[in-house]
Design a protein around this ligand. Structure first.
Ligand code: URA
Length: 434
């Protein structure tokens, strides 16, 4: 089976058999298929697409490129979640302990931030002492004992994905539905949970700009999950502006703690209840997502969710007192309000622009090897639909220096659109794909 023939077949619009895809990926993993042939194949997939069967075969061939996590007897009850990412998206920080507090174990492998979006590991590491580099035994042991753990993904899981992603990044083939779906689902499948809940974002701040595109990606991923025996559901949610109010590592942890205490922003709480309701349903604890959401509301009210967060933080070496006193989180020395340039209504907030401003403050990375500043960020005081008077604070910038704050404030003002009439209210949850 020559790589040339497989590239030709895909280039001409043919569908590859599972063993052909397996041979190509095996060759890529062991070095027999060079990057230039894989790049050509990726471009052929970009233009020709893949059938659901091919996408599932690609996913499983990627899974077989490395090790898989064996969760043992726990596996059947575990539920994992994935978000396609967005500015201010701290749902994992809330959902993982919230769902675990309801009796469904959540083993969560997460990533770091790059570019304008943050990463769960960077956020958690803003808690003094918190360790995200857990060994496999530590990770599984903690899920058994505490009910949840959030750790960095070992490089041994799906090594083909990192190499494929690097090639896609430089060959303009990132935004291909089968390639995105196989990339995400291979990592979820290798991580071992029996059920998977996906949060697929759509809107200006997301990979998928329209609801239709998000639905196509969601369908591709749910089909992969089903074809390999994992219960999978996707929730499609809007990402036209930042989720919640806080953007920046410790600032987002603080907002997650507020949410776990039942005092979070309405959009973040309702997204967590929707995703968590499905997690409890797939995990066998709730008869329906609505019943699951009601259980989760009770966990927020009773303090059980916050207590589970503190237990997870302590288990990973962090200062669990932050749950009671978020003032213990790193604080930036300079905090300046960003005044509104006009009176009116907030019509829009460009999440991408806010994310870039926060990254430039030092909270994110322009390059993989950059260090992040845990304390800095932006907290939105007015969100979409709010009335403002000229000079009211739109947001507060948390910065290392006055100069950095001034630069970020200018970028935050530019990210806001203040107009005369409130925009039509868009529902946060746009659909469910089962
Ligand atoms: N996230 C992933 O993990 N992979 C992609 O291809 C796109 C988003």
């Amino acid at each position: 089976m020559r790589p040339y023939d497989l590239i030709l077949k895909k280039r001409n619009g043919g569908a590859l058999a599972a063993d052909e895809i397996e041979a190509l990926m095996r060759g890529f993993t062991d070095g027999a298929v060079p990057d230039y042939q894989m790049a050509a194949f990726l471009m052929a997939v970009y233009f020709r697409g893949m059938t659901p069967e091919e996408t599932a075969a690609l996913t499983m061939a990627m899974v077989r490129s490395g090790a898989t996590l064996d969760l043992g007897p726990l596996a059947a009850r575990t539920v994992d979640k994935h978000s396609s990412g967005g500015v201010g998206d701290k749902t994992s920080l809330v959902l993982v302990p919230l769902v675990a507090a309801s009796g469904v174990p959540v083993p969560k492998l997460s990533g770091r931030g790059l570019g304008h979006t943050g990463g769960t590991l960077d956020k958690l590491e803003s808690i003094p002492g918190f360790r995200t580099a857990l060994s496999e035994a530590e990770f599984i042991g903690q899920v058994e004992r505490v009910g949840c753990a959030i750790a960095g993904q070992s490089a041994k899981l799906v090594p083909a994905d990192a190499r494929l992603y690097a090639l896609r990044d430089v060959t303009a083939t990132v935004d291909s539905v089968p390639l995105i779906a196989a990339s995400i689902m291979s990592k979820k499948i290798a991580a071992g949970a029996a059920s998977i809940v996906l949060d697929v974002k759509c809107g200006r701040g997301a990979f998928m700009k329209t609801e239709e595109e998000a639905r196509v990606l969601a369908r591709a991923m749910v089909d992969i999950g089903r074809s390999v025996g994992r219960r999978t559901v996707a929730v499609i949610s809007g990402m036209d502006h930042p989720l919640g109010r806080a953007v920046g590592n410790a600032r987002e942890v603080q907002e997650a703690i507020d949410t776990l205490s039942g005092r979070g922003p309405a959009d973040l709480e309702s997204l967590c209840l929707a995703l968590g309701g499905w997690m409890l349903t797939l995990g066998g604890k709730a008869a329906s997502p609505e019943a699951g959401a009601e259980m989760l509301r009770e966990r927020l009210r009773s303090g059980a969710a916050l207590a589970k967060f503190a237990e997870m933080v302590a288990a990973q070496g962090g200062d669990a007192e932050v749950a009671r006193d978020p003032g213990r989180l790193p604080q930036a020395p300079v905090q300046v309000p960003v005044p509104s340039p006009a009176s009116g209504v907030v019509v829009g907030i460009d999440g991408h622009a806010v994310g870039l401003a926060v990254m430039r403050l030092g909270a994110g990375r322009a390059r993989k090897e950059d260090a992040v500043d845990p304390a800095v960020g932006v907290v939105l005081e007015r969100t979409v639909g709010a009335r403002v008077q000229a000079s009211d604070a739109l947001a507060v910038v948390h910065a290392r220096s006055a100069e950095a704050a001034e630069q970020a404030a200018a970028e935050v003002v530019a990210a806001y659109t203040v107009g005369d009439t409130a925009p039509p209210e868009e529902p946060l949850i746009r659909g469910i794909v089962t």
